[in-house]
Each structure stands twice: as structure tokens, then as C-alpha cells.
Design a protein around this ligand. Sequence first.
Ligand code: HEM
Ligand code: MG
Length: 339
Amino acid sequence: NPGPPPGPLADPGLKLVNDAAHPYQAPRPHLDHRGPCPGLNTLANHGYLPRSGIATPAQIVQAVMEGFNMENTFAKFVTYAAFLVDGNPITNLMSIGGKTWRTGIIEPPPPATVGGLNTPAMFEGDASLTRGDFYFGDNHSFNQTLFDQFVEYSNIHGGGFYNLESAAELRYRRIQQSFATNPEMSFVSPRWFVAYAESMFPILFFVDGRNHDGPWSNLTMDTAESFFKDEKFPDDFHRAPAPFSFEGLGYLVTSRPMPPGRNVGGAGNYIPDPNSADLNSFCKISMNCDPLFVSNIVRALVYASNDVVRAKKTIRREVTIGERGGTKGAWGQCSYAAC
Ligand code: HEM
Ligand code: MG
């Protein structure tokens, strides 16, 4: 029993978080997992999360509160939504990057998945700010061309800052780019909500708490580069001065409206999806999520639990081989059947 998730911080105020107890260390190649989320990658690089990138949901909730002052209820909502589709409820572990035996079995009977946050069309999705669409090959690594566009839009629309204005324009631009070029582009709930929320995260969480103005904060390009590219707290970085969640999301949605939809039959053939939840029909989100999040994936994973004992033995063997520098294969590249 993993126990209840962490409650709110006892002292959720301004705090130096790039402190001596949390030094930056680059992830170790082939050992530490990093993925599509610059926030979680940064927390792992500073030891707020296990540096391996393999964490329990409780560790993630605690780390996003400690390191960035994400509000407790929202942190739990985001973490457990991702965990249900990308994590392993039996071992209570999730990779913040790619699929790995270190979270338990990696090929449970379909439709269950335990692929980590890199898994496309689960929690990760299209039209990300600084990562490409899965259709183009890499949905999780920092993409310099997209970051250049982030800087360009911040200069044109935000007076040199990433703020509400530039975030609204860039969110819209990334959706248009994906629709125009990616024949498999999908932008329906829950991705629709996640994309708008993530566009607010750099404003709410990457701005130093000493210069914070809630959703009206201005993110400098140096600080943006530190988080998105280096996945590192800037020197002397202080977290937000109070808990935040997705404040400002409504402004992004309404200033540049884009109804949920997807390309059907090729790039540029955008078909709105009236069945997808949006801001006017938030309750539909349970319809969009339930068959995927709970009924299918979690249940199938539980049925797979008979295989867990066998899987645990295999993991132990793989870890031993990996730590000895053996040649059995890089993390996550070995299929369940093959092992
Ligand atoms: C993106 C997971 C918390 C900042 C993502 C993505 C995932 C993810 C899967 C990729 C989605 C996509 O764009 O395709 C999570 C989980 C969290 C969490 C499970 C647990 C609470 C945070 C926090 C921050 C953050 C606390 C900020 C400090 C971002 C940003 C992006 C992102 C800015 C967008 C990256 C981009 O579009 O280039 N997150 N995240 N996340 N996350 Fe997180
Ligand atoms: Mg993405």
C-alpha cells in the first residue's frame, strides 16, 4: 500500500530552492531517465526527484511543491493522471522519460501501458512548445529550432519576455504548425487542457519568486534557456512565493480560441471534435479520460500482475548486468518477451 499522497507544504512561501542541498548534476548517460517535461527534468537534475528519473507519484507531488510551489491539489491531479497511463500502479513507479524495466514490466497485455512520460498520445502530446511531435520522430528532446521560435515570439509579442501575450500567440502558432504539417496531429482532451496549462507553467513556475507577479509575470530568455535547454535552476533561484496551478489558462484559451480537434486524412484537414471536453464542457473530461485512464489501462495492468513476480526477477538480473556495464542492452530496449 503506497499510502496517501502528500498534503500541502507546511510553509508554502518564498524559498531559495537552488541551495547547497540540491546541487545540479548532469544526468548519467544510459542510467538516468529524462523526458518531455523540463520541470520534472530540472527537479531530477537537482535531486528533488531521484536522479535516476524513476519516481513514485508521492515523490513527484512532493518535489513539484518543494521545488516550484505547485499547488497541492493540482499537483496530485496532474501527477496521478500521468501515473495512471504512463506509470506502473503495481510497483508504484513511473519513469519521467522512456520505457524501462526499472519501473517493472514494460510490455503488459494491451491496452495497458507502462511506457513512462515519453509515451505519445497518453499524457505527452502534439504541438509542444520546445519538443517536436511524435510523428516527426522525437517527442521528448529539447528542440533548438522550436526554442528559437519561443524566443522570437517572446521578442515580438512579449517585449523580450515570455508572458501572457507571447504565451497566447505561441500556443496558437504551435497548434497551427502541427495541423499544417503533421497528418496525425491530435489536439483533443485531455491533451487540449494539458497544452494550455503547460503554456502557463513557464510563467507561473520558471520566474524567480522574488520578481513574481502571478500570471502577469515576465520570464527572461536567459532563465527560459536555463530551464528548457539546460534543465537547471538559475543561480540563486527562489520558487514562486505562493502555490500556483494553472492561473491564466482561461486567457490563453479565449484570446486565441482553438476548439479541440484533429487532422483526418492528411495534414491541414482539421476536423473539430464536439465530443471533446473544453473550457465550456469540463465535465466531459471524465468521458474522454475514463475509458483510457481507468477502465482499460489500469484494469489490464492489474490482470498482468501475475507476471509481476517473474518480472521482478528479470529486473533484478537486468539491473545487475547494467550496473556491471554488461552488454545485455541499454535500459528500456529489451522487450518482455525477449527477456
Ligand atoms: C510538459 C508531465 C509538472 C513544466 C510536460 C509533458 C509531460 C509533463 C508528460 C509533455 C507534454 C507535451 O508537451 O507533450 C508533468 C507531470 C508533472 C509536471 C506528470 C507533475 C506535476 C511540471 C511542473 C512544471 C512543468 C511543476 C514547471 C515547473 C512543463 C512545461 C512543459 C511540460 C513548461 C511544456 C514543454 C514543452 O511544451 O516544450 N510535463 N509535468 N511540469 N511541463 Fe510538466
Ligand atoms: Mg509533446
